[in-house]
Ligand binder design. Structure first.
Ligand SMILES: Cc1ncc(COP(=O)(O)O)c(C=O)c1O
Length: 288
């Protein structure tokens, strides 16, 4: 909905490569064009600001930043966030920040880009991850009043409203102490343990896969180049599923830079299952 209020045919939106796969499809839906800027693993997947400045044209309407990011787990650095907002103000474009994983952070805190310019930042938030309720379809947007009032109209024409039982359940949850307890006592410690375990097992069973420990979200985005050997990752992911019953998401779905990567997730499986999955992957690549 945030994109729908800006985009017309021929408009441009700056995306990072890699990033969440949902944005480019919405951009295509409005006959607009995604323009990519690189995020190098060596910079901890921070967006390249020089490229950002170069790629903004008269048709650029938005830049989309996801922090913590799916698939890389990267949290945008404060100085980079500030610089992005300054560039946006200077070029008169808006920054859409997807904060779906803002509470799923293992070290430190998420960076809230809106603090550098509330008028030009649209924060898109979700209860799916923080309360583990993706099926409820509830989220919210924080932006300046004018933008919120237009999004409100779009929302009315698309779904009229969000479903009431889900809203009431969530209201009770938010009004109690359950939210903090759930996040601090269950979600973060559990996911963090699984993240560290998955990293350890990856090193043990697939030692040549290269990856960064994610700061947030619940994925490991790993470079499998030595095992993939220039094969097509999408075909390979299908073959892995068919032969060893393990789901890996092809990195190419998240951008060109992911064409030798797989995205693995540690959100929903316990340690035994994580080890079993990685063992099967190692078997698939004839390592054990
Ligand atoms: C970065 C990111 N944004 C948005 C979504 C979708 O969230 P929601 O369930 O609120 O539609 C996802 C889901 O995986 C995601 O990873």
């Amino acid at each position: 909905m945030s994109l729908s209020i800006f985009l017309e045919e021929g408009d441009e939106v700056i995306l990072t490569d890699p990033t969440y796969l949902g944005y480019s499809e919405v951009i295509k839906f409005y006959n607009a064009k995604a323009i990519y800027i690189t995020q190098d693993p060596d910079t901890g997947y921070q967006p390249n600001l020089e490229e950002l400045k170069e790629k903004i044209t008269k048709r650029t309407k938005l830049i989309i930043i996801n922090s913590p990011e799916n698939p890389t787990g990267r949290i945008i650095k404060e100085d980079i966030a500030k610089a992005i907002v300054e560039i946006a103000k200077d070029k008169k474009i808006f920054v859409v920040v997807d904060e779906a994983y803002k509470h799923i952070v293992y070290e430190g805190k998420n960076t809230y880009i809106s603090k550098y310019g509330k008028d030009v930042v649209i924060s898109v938030c979700s209860f799916s991850k923080e309360a583990s309720i993706p099926g409820f379809r509830l989220g919210y947007v924080c932006a300046n009043k004018e933008i919120v009032s237009v999004i409100e109209k779009v929302k009315q024409f698309i779904t009229l409203c969000s479903n009431m039982p889900a809203q009431l359940i969530l209201l009770n949850y938010l009004a109690s102490e359950a939210k903090d307890r759930y996040l601090n006592e269950y979600v973060i410690p559990t996911y963090k343990k699984r993240r560290d375990f998955m990293a350890k097992m990856l090193k043990q069973y697939l030692p040549e896969a290269k990856f960064k420990i994610p700061e947030g979200a619940f994925y490991i985005f790993a470079d499998f180049s030595p095992y993939i050997k220039n094969k097509n990752v999408e075909e390979l992911a299908d073959d892995i599923l068919n032969k060893v019953n393990v789901v890996v998401i092809p990195g190419s779905y998240f951008g060109k830079s992911g064409s030798n990567y797989f995205r693995l997730t540690f959100v929903s499986e316990n340690e035994n299952r994580i080890e079993e999955g990685l063992k099967r992957l190692a078997k698939y690549f004839n390592l054990i």
